[in-house]
Write a protein that binds this ligand. Structure first.
Ligand SMILES: [Zn+2]
Length: 448
C-alpha cells in the first residue's frame, strides 16, 4: 500500500512529527488503557509513554481525549464504479476519515460488479489515489453476484488488490453447494467468505421486520427466521469445511445465539453488527419514512438487547456500518419503492458511545476494540487495529468521548443524505484522524 500523497494523489505531501500528549490511550490489541503520550514520526509510532520529550515534534494537547488505533469498517458501499451520483471513493473516503476510520472494506455490489481483478484493482488504486483511508476491496463470491458460478477468487486474491475477503453482500449465497466450494477454495489463499444471511424465499417482497408493527402497518414482513436459517446453514458449512466464515450485519437474537454456540464449539466464524441494529427498532417504520428501510430490517427491542449483549461478550467481533448511500431521487420515494440502506460512517462512533457505552453495555475499551482490533482481526488487515507499538504505522484516531453534538444531514461529507439520525443528539466526536502519520482529519475537519 503506497503512502497517501503519492504521485497523482490529492493528499498533502509529507507529515511532520507530532506528539499527542496526555490523552487516554485505549489500544486493546496492545492491552493498553491509561494516560500516555504517543510520538509519531515518519508515518509510524516512534514512542509510547508518559512524559515523552517532543524534540522537534508539534505538540497536540490531548487532555480529556481518547487516542486509539484508527477505526476499521468491514462493510461499506462506496458506489464506485457505477453510482457516483450516490457516493464516490473520494466522498466515501472523506466521510470515513471524518468518522475516525483509517481502513474501509467496500462491498462488490457496484456496476460493474467487483468480481474480477480489473474492478478490484481499480477500486484499490482509486482509494490509494484519494489517500484519505486505506481501501481494501471485497470481491464477489459468484460471477456478477448472480449466485450461479464462482467468480475467479484466486485471480482477485493474487491481483494487485490482494483481495482477502469475498462476499455477495446485498444478497445471500443462495446455494449451499457454492458456499461450501467458496469456503473450501478460499482456504488456499487464507481468505474469508462474508455472507449476507437471508433466505430469499422467505423475504421476497418483504418491506420490514415481521412482527407486531408490520402487522399493524400492513407491510409484508422479513421474519427473523429468514436470517437465522442461513446463519445456521453457514455455520454448519464453516464447520464442515474448516473455512473462515464472516457473518455480515447480524440483526436478530437468534443469530447471536447461533454464533455464540458455534464459537463455543470451535467453528471459525467472526461476525459484525451495524449501529442501526443496536440503536433503532422496527417502531421507526411507523413514520413510513424510507430512510428507515434497511436490509436486514430494523428489528425488535429484544433483538437490539441481544445485539448489545453479543457485542459486549465478544460473540460479535466488530461494529461495521453497512454505510449505504443512495441518491435522493432513489431513496426519497414511497416506502415500498425505496432501496434499503442508510448512511453510517460519520455517526458510528457517536452511536457506539451513546447507545452502548453510556448506558453501560460496553466499557469504553471494549467499544474501541469492536471498532479497531476486532474488525482488523476478522480480515487480518495489516497495519490496522493496533497494537500501537514503536514501528507500527501511525493509523490513529483521537476523539472526545463526551462531546455532545446534533447530527445534521446537510453537514455530512457523504454525497448522499440518507441518514436516519438527522436531528438526533449524540455524544462522542472525532477530533483527529491520522493515516500513517498524516492528518486526514484535524480539529474535526477533513484535511483535503
Ligand atoms: Zn448486506
Amino acid at each position: 500500500m503506497s503512502a497517501p500523497g503519492a504521485p497523482g494523489g490529492a493528499g498533502p505531501r509529507g507529515a511532520g512529527p507530532v506528539l499527542l500528549r496526555g490523552g487516554r490511550l485505549v489500544d486493546p490489541a496492545g492491552g493498553h488503557d491509561a494516560t500516555a503520550d504517543v510520538l509519531v514520526r515518519g508515518g509510524a509510532v516512534a514512542a509510547v509513554g508518559v512524559g515523552l520529550e517532543p524534540g522537534d515534534a508539534e505538540v497536540l494537547d490531548c487532555d480529556g481525549l481518547v487516542v486509539s488505533p484508527g477505526f476499521v469498517d468491514l462493510h461499506v458501499h462506496l458506489r464506485e464504479p457505477g453510482r457516483e451520483d450516490a457516493e464516490t471513493i473520494e466522498t466515501g473516503s472523506r466521510a470515513a476519515a471524518l468518522g475516525g476510520y483509517t481502513a474501509v472494506c467496500p462491498m462488490p455490489n457496484t456496476d460493474p460488479v467487483a468480481d474480477n481483478a480489473g474492478v478490484v484493482e481499480m477500486v484499490a488504486a482509486r482509494g490509494r489515489e484519494v489517500g484519505l483511508v486505506d481501501v481494501f476491496p471485497v470481491g464477489a463470491v459468484t460471477l456478477g453476484q448472480r449466485g450461479a458460478e464462482l467468480a475467479e477468487l484466486g485471480t482477485m486474491a493474487h491481483s494487485a488488490a490482494r483481495v482477502d475477503c469475498f462476499s455477495d453482500d446485498g444478497r445471500p449465497i443462495r446455494e449451499a453447494r457454492l458456499l461450501r466450494l467458496a469456503l473450501e477454495y478460499a482456504q488456499a489463499f487464507d481468505a474469508v467468505i462474508a455472507d449476507h444471511a437471508e433466505d430469499p424465499s422467505l423475504t421476497d417482497g418483504a418491506q420490514m421486520h415481521e412482527g407486531e408493527v408490520s402487522a399493524i402497518l400492513g407491510l409484508q414482513g422479513w421474519p427473523a427466521a429468514a436470517e437465522e436459517m442461513v446463519v445456521a446453514r453457514d455455520l454448519l458449512l464453516a464447520e464442515l469445511t474448516g473455512g473462515r466464515l464472516h457473518l455480515c450485519h447480524l440483526s436478530t437474537a437468534g443469530s447471536v445465539a447461533l454464533v455464540r454456540a458455534a464459537r463455543a464449539r470451535g467453528v471459525l466464524v467472526t461476525a459484525e453488527a451495524a449501529p442501526h441494529h443496536f440503536t433503532l427498532t422496527d417502531e421507526a417504520a411507523r413514520s413510513f419514512d424510507p430512510v428507515y428501510k434497511v436490509n436486514p430490517p430494523l428489528r425488535s427491542k429484544a433483538d437490539i438487547e441481544a445485539i448489545r449483549d453479543g457485542l459486549a461478550d465478544g460473540t460479535i467481533d466488530a461494529i461495521a456500518t453497512d454505510h449505504a448511500p443512495h441518491a435522493r431521487e432513489d431513496k426519497e420515494v414511497e416506502w415500498a419503492s425505496a432501496p434499503p440502506g442508510m448512511l453510517g460512517l460519520e455517526t458510528a462512533l457517536a452511536l457506539t458511545i451513546t447507545e452502548l457505552v453510556e448506558p453501560g453495555y460496553l466499557r469504553l475499551d471494549q467499544a474501541v476494540e469492536r471498532l479497531t482490533a476486532g474488525p482488523a482481526r476478522c480480515r487480518r488487515l495489516p497495519g490496522h487495529g493496533g497494537p500501537l507499538v514503536p514501528g507500527a504505522p501511525a493509523n490513529l484516531t483521537v476523539f472526545d468521548p463526551t462531546a455532545a453534538w446534533t447530527v445534521a444531514a446537510p453537514a455530512l461529507a457523504s454525497r448522499a443524505r440518507n441518514t436516519p439520525y438527522h436531528g438526533r443528539q449524540v455524544r462522542g466526536r472525532v477530533v483527529h484522524t491520522l493515516l500513517r502519520g498524516t492528518f486526514t482529519v484535524r480539529d474535526g475537519k477533513a484535511s483535503w
